[in-house]
Design a protein around this ligand. Structure first.
Ligand SMILES: [Zn+2]
Ligand SMILES: [Zn+2]
Length: 252
């Protein structure tokens, strides 16, 4: 099993997970043309996609979903709440809910509900039967139930959205600071690092920091926070950025 990131941040998100000829794209926050370009850089054509899973209805996650699914006839899976929240409806192949499993080719996906300011936001763990890759972005808080779904992972992509101090000192209006930093907003660096610490990270081959805010975070601050909290090697941490995402990583 392997994974790659098309791009990550408030301007667009997309994560690709593959095993054999099964390709799952989680979220498509880029235009169709940009998605095609980014897939091509990873050596993949949109026609190869087995499914698109959507986490929630925010534009940075759904922008290109409708066009992509129609143009390439790719089945779309999301929660009922996410469909309700979409401005432009898409044709849905199936609904997902918290705790539900979905088989797509040689991969199996399990959905977890997260706290975020969307209708019914889900995050996913994807397994090939042996290895487990977890994604966890767009959440403002977490509890033991959520952590239980993310145990024993081989790779984790986690949101390190903002630095608490940068958000507090920055130029966002008050209501937006409250929203981003709130229980249903986004994880700051400290929260994300604490989550990984609580989860345990000794099984992880990869730890990828994602969805970093371009205004309220800096990659070296996010990295340092994880190094301080986990005591891990700074060079082991990966950061998926907005421009280039992250190239393929193979989970051994
Ligand atoms: Zn987002
Ligand atoms: Zn969001």
């Amino acid at each position: 099993m392997r994974f790659a990131v098309l791009g990550s941040g408030s301007q667009g998100n997309g994560t690709l997970i593959a095993s054999g000829d099964t390709y799952i794209l989680v979220d498509c926050g880029f235009s169709l043309r940009e998605t095609e370009r980014r897939l091509a850089l990873l050596g993949v054509s949109a026609a190869q996609l087995s499914a698109v899973l959507v986490t929630h209805e925010h534009a940075d996650h759904v922008h290109g979903v409708g066009l992509l699914s129609r143009r390439y006839n790719v089945p779309v899976y999301l929660s009922q709440g996410t469909l309700r929240g979409l401005r432009k409806p898409v044709e849905v192949a199936g609904f997902l809910a918290c705790g539900q499993r979905l088989s797509v080719g040689s991969l199996e996906v399990t959905a977890s509900r997260v706290e975020h300011d969307a209708h019914e936001p889900l995050q996913y763990v994807v397994s090939d039967g042996t290895r487990r890759f977890g994604m966890l972005t767009d959440l403002g808080s977490y509890d033991a139930r959520l952590l239980n779904g993310y145990r024993d992972l081989d790779a984790l992509l986690i949101e390190a959205n903002h630095c608490r101090d940068m958000l507090a000192r920055g130029h966002y209006p008050y209501f937006l600071k409250q929203r981003v930093g709130g229980m249903r907003g986004h994880l700051n660096n400290h929260q994300a690092a604490s989550l990984v610490h609580e989860l345990g990270w000794n099984t992880l081959q990869y730890l990828v920091l994602a969805h970093l805010s371009s205004k309220n975070n800096l990659p070296h601050l996010a990295r340092q926070c994880f190094v301080d909290t986990l005591g891990c090697d700074p060079d082991w941490l990966e950061v998926a950025n907005q421009e280039h995402g992250l190239d393929w990583r193979a989970i051994a």
